[in-house]
Design a protein. Sequence first.
Length: 933
Amino acid sequence: MTNSKIVYLWWLILFMANGWWCCYCCWNEERTALLQLKANIKYSIGNDYLSSWGANETSDCCRWEGIVCSNITRRVIELSIIAKEEQLSNGTYTDDILRNWLFNASLFVPFKSLKALLLPGHSLAGWVKNEGSEKLRNSRKTESLDLSWNCFNRSIFQSLSHLSSHTSLNLANNRIASGQERLSGLDKLEILDLSNNALDDENGFPALGLCDLKYLEELSLSRNKFIGRLPPCLGNLTFLRVIDLTENQFTGNIASSPLSRLLSLEYLLLANNNFEMPISFESFANHSKLKFVTADNNSVILQTSSSNWIPKFQLETLSLYNCSQMPSFLHYQLHLRFLRLSNCNIGGNFPNWLLENNSRLEEVYLGGNAFTGSLQLPFLPYLKAFDISNNKIQGKLPPNIGSIIPNLLMSTMSNNMIEGLLPSSFGDMKGLECLDLSYNKLTGDLSIGLPREGSKLFLLRLSNNMLAGEIFPVSANINNLAYLYLDGNNFSGPIPRKLSTAPLRTLDLSYNKLSGNIPAWLGDISSLTSLALTRNHLTGHIPPDYCRLEGLEVLDLSENNLVGVIPSCFNASLALKHVFLSKNKLQGEFNMFSNSDHLQVLDLRENKFSGFVPKWFGSLGITTLLLKGNHLQGIIPRELCLASKLRIMDLSHNNISGPIPHCFGNIMQQHFIIERYAYCPPLGYAGFQMFGRDAVIDVESSMKSSSTHFFRYNYPWIRAEFTTKYNTYSYEGRTVDYMTGIDLSCNQLSGEIPKELSNLTQIHALNLSHNHLTGAIPSEFSNLRNIESLDLSYNNLTGSIPTQLLKLTTLAVFTVSHNNLTGRTPQRSAQFATFSESSYEGNPFLCGFPLNISCTEPREIPIYPPAPNCCKDDASFLDMESFYISFLVAYANVVVAVVVVLWVNPYWRNVWFYFVESFMYSCYDFFASKRSI
């Protein structure tokens, strides 16, 4: 046999031994094992998952989804079977059968070279008996195990004790709580993630066995329930580079904690605890490797530091939300890339020096302070996000801001005192996506500032400035603009058709001086979900074209001069949630919105609607119903009691009659809060890869939300005007969700006040005044423990004022004036000590302080003037405003016609003068004869 044949045979044997002698590029035994594994798990995450894992023998299993093979041996080294994204984000499972699923770990035994096993999101609760994690002990090469987003409890610790070779373990988002079991046998563990569980051990580190993990480098205990101080044994983990204790209840001063001894620390995450944080940070002066610190929402304390100490660390990320003072060590930081000092109330001139020293800054959040002075920005070529909102910054924006910050993606400078024109260089920022300059003193128009060719502008908010002129020039590029807020300015003229070229989702032009007919072409912007044109001078009818906006959720056309009826096609608009049409001249009966199942807020106040209160209101999930100041009549339908989500109802100033339904005590039984936000596209954390690929602790994710938090806008037009405490208040944004009230005043209601109204224990305001109610005040009203305003005045109530009402400690306004009540006024204690005579006057048989009527001495029955009818004008069949206008116009026309006729026709002019002269002589003769007599 020749030497070449011997060499060939040798290589052939070697290849076969290493697994290359296979038909389809992966090991058959592992391929078979993968198919068995798929058959075991496919129903946990959907039949369409792992579709690439086919039975076709020609497919290469190393190319299947979630499989990584060795380039040399072709054996599986990483197996990643991750649940669907919606399951991980919601933390829910659609099939109850899959909950607490027990898994067969022996299915992984065939994978001899497996290094990483990832099984997040499968509702695993344990292992099949005798087929548990001890089977993984044979896979001695396995180093990383991810069992996050499952249903394991603390017993998992004991079953993992066999995995002595593992270096990475992820048990985040499970159901692990306090107990006796502890981590053991994991002597080589370097990475451990126990975040988002229910651990609440006061002596957490020793109880969990964490202090025995000598080689631990990365540790996450975030979003648990740990309390107390950090144990001294934490200082023994000298290899620790990353520690995340976010969102617990740890206490103690970090300067004296074991953290100050861990000189290997690179990432320190302490946000949302009860730590005492010395603002000097001097105890970490020797942590030369430290580069990432988040300590938001702790108790910052002032501490005298050495005047000459210089930190050895150079931070890349610093987040100190609510810190109260500018840290002095920042004067020595030169490598910052992420900086957040929000809501610290730091005063003084804006720290331009901080930006000059850190030219590689990518995200800066300095909102919610008290900085003054003007912006003197240095060249910041890497800056992507810039937040200086809610300060006291003055002066003009740098005219060359577009070249100073050329790569800016997002910026909010709202709620300052910035003045002047919008710099034209804003148009040079091709990458700018979100800009908020609202609540400043900007003037001029939008003709030179924003946006230009190539613009990516997605969100623009210039609300509450002094801008005027046209909204956008014809040359403006708004092809990417989705959110536009120009409310609270002085824009005038018609709404420009240029806006129809933008893919708008939200358009807010409220509180301007726009005029002309409300444009029908807005119905062509199919992407619109929110349209607000409040308080302008728009006229005409509501265009039926708006019915084509299938995604429209918010429609606010209130306080204009709109006339006619609401288009009947709105009845088929299933997406509408918030409708505001108040203070117009709309009319007709209620025959729309009956099919709007998602309707939550309906405001039709102060129009000319007539007819009856519809029964179908009760079948909707409506939360706010405002029908004040119309021409409604008839009785309140009992079906309205089915509106269990109703929070605010105003039917006042109508002509509604009949009794108050007893079932009204059943409404307001449900309380829910709806998130209503507009978002700018998320900006990924402006940094760097925190860890290697196998790292399980994701520090980066905890920072991503910070880049978008200032672009979350509560829709300002989500509001409800409601009269309480003698004043009309406008509840906006989230406050609407917390306000509850019923106003039935100024109607023709009769009968007794239902005692069932006392079931409305969450109500804040109840107004039944100016009706014809009779009977006694229900003593059960003492159950209205949250009520702040109770108005029962101007009725025909009898009996005494119940003493039980003294329990109403939250009551700020109380009036029962102008009824037929008898007896003594309530004892002057608690809230009732604050009520004046006006709360009780007009009751002839009522006595006691603060009335000037004694209950012991004989007295005359006082005579009170008749009660005013607050609904007199509303109930009139004649619109007096229209009458006066019509009369003046007609009178002017007659005068003009007479003058024109006399000017043109000399015959009639002579007749007129002759008539006037004869009338004058007749009057003279009459008075002369009277005088002679």
